[in-house]
Design a protein around this ligand. Sequence first.
Ligand SMILES: [Zn+2]
Length: 177
Amino acid sequence: MRASQSTAVHEAGHAVMAHLLHRGPVIRMGAVPSNERNGFTDFRHTRKDWLDPAVPLTRHGRQWLWDFTLIAIAGYLTQRDRYPETPEGSLGPDIRNAQALALRACENDEARAIAYVTKAAERLSLYTEQSIYWTLIDALAQALTKHGILTGSQVRDILVAATKSYSVKSGRLRQLG
Ligand SMILES: [Zn+2]
């Protein structure tokens, strides 16, 4: 089955954001339908489950929740940037994911959790307004559309190669915190 370009861009959003935040690793991703989803990006599980209320939240845990909130919303927001007609319904599993992360980070305070996700979307736009972001998205989405499924090491190789050719062309990368 031919992978949808729009889904490929969505999944690339998750993987590129994870790459830029040094999170992951991605172990497998695909732009082919699986388990009632259009695509998937699978990460290796961390040793600690920061969503588990029994696990005390450390500074590292808070950073993990924040980073993975960005990664969760990056799929839809990247897809919508490129394909403005993307229906909001496609946000389904991702927004549930982001909400769970935000509620955990905000001690189940719903109002704060909504503000947290809004803040994450604002932070995300600092990345999406840079051309390197789209260089990485296009490189990965193109490979994903072609192959349907990519392994974690293929994803890493594609992103490293795209970053290198971008740096050569543009001189330097702007650092984002
Ligand atoms: Zn997604």
